[in-house]
Design a binder for this molecule. Structure first.
Ligand code: MN
Ligand code: MN
Length: 307
């Protein structure tokens, strides 16, 4: 029976690249493993796979009865819908511990680092398996993406060290320049439907029974959103209604200015203001220094909704 490896819903480059890298490692260890994804890849991931010559992982949304390895989340809401009917044999993750449970013992690789691929690198080292140049290339890109080229507060020395080693294997001379290239691809919004932008990196959270959706778009220049902010807000409002959310938020992150403008549609804006100690005006608020949804946004909202 094959082992299926998948990252979270609305896959990002970490989910895609860690699934591919981990499937390679498992195959080297004699376990037939197949990298999967739960949905369409984003333009950044497409760029990375193309650059290093990989096909997209297969799309698979049902895992009932299958041996499954989850990467880049342990949140049930972000796992496949039937994950509790699957045989989860392992997890790799770098987020807060979620609510995924298993019925049998599992292999757990969870660390407070900036990217799941940094942990997958540790797994290769642990098993003494050599990392091929192309796999090292996509792992490098995923770490640069998740750590916002080392600027995110989630970035650790292990992430920097992993990029040093992986980029050497991949023959990447200037990882930071490659990182900027990635963020330019990530920033491309022209001609993209508003809903695609809102959902490009969107996660739904259950915060003590309150449903909060938070999307994030990262850019090298926030002004590129000036003309479409009103449209983004309108679509965010529609999404909030469709999904029955209490709040639908979109972080427009400027990696050069090192902060995020938060677009807010909420049943109770005071909750959002309380979370960040800031005033929302015209459905927007600038959050200085905020680059990480996981570390600088989610915990503060969860605290407020916990009451
Ligand atoms: Mn992710
Ligand atoms: Mn990640």
């Amino acid at each position: 029976m094959a082992l299926y490896i998948t990252g979270h819903k609305i896959p990002d480059s970490d989910s895609i690249c860690s699934a591919i890298a981990l499937a390679y490692l498992k195959n080297q260890l004699g376990i037939e493993a197949i990298a999967c994804k739960q949905g369409d890849i984003n333009p950044e991931s497409a760029f990375i796979l193309e650059k290093f010559g990989f096909d997209e992982p297969m799309t698979k949304t049902s895992y009932a009865g299958e041996d499954t390895f989850i990467t880049d989340t342990t949140d049930l809401a972000l796992c496949p819908d039937d994950i509790l009917d699957a045989n989860v044999v392992g997890v790799v993750d770098h987020h807060k511990l979620g609510d995924l449970t298993t019925s049998t013992p599992l292999e757990g690789w969870i660390r407070p680092v900036g990217c799941s691929n940094t942990i997958v690198k540790e797994m290769f080292d642990h098993h003494n398996v050599e990392i091929p140049a192309d796999i090292a290339g996509i792992m490098t890109c995923a770490i640069l993406s998740d750590t916002v080229i080392f600027k995110s507060p989630t970035c650790t020395d292990e992430d920097v060290k992993a990029v040093e080693e992986l980029s050497k294997i991949a023959g990447i001379e200037d990882p930071k320049a490659l990182g900027m290239e990635l963020f330019k691809v990530k920033s491309a919004v022209e001609g993209t439907p508003m809903r695609d932008l809102v959902l490009r990196d969107f996660k739904a959270f259950d915060m003590s029974g309150t449903q909060v959706g938070i999307g994030q778009l990262e850019t090298v220049d926030l002004s590129m959103f000036d003309e479409i902010k009103a449209d983004l807000l309108e679509d965010l409002g529609k999404l909030k209604e469709e999904k029955g959310l209490h709040s639908a938020l979109l972080l427009l992150t400027d990696i050069m200015q090192e902060g995020s403008e938060l677009l807010v549609v909420s049943d109770d804006i005071s909750k959002i203001e309380e979370a960040f100690g800031a005033t929302v005006s015209d459905d927007k608020v600038w959050l200085n220094g905020v680059l990480s949804r996981k570390k600088q946004v989610v915990p503060f909202l969860e605290k407020v909704f916990r009451g």
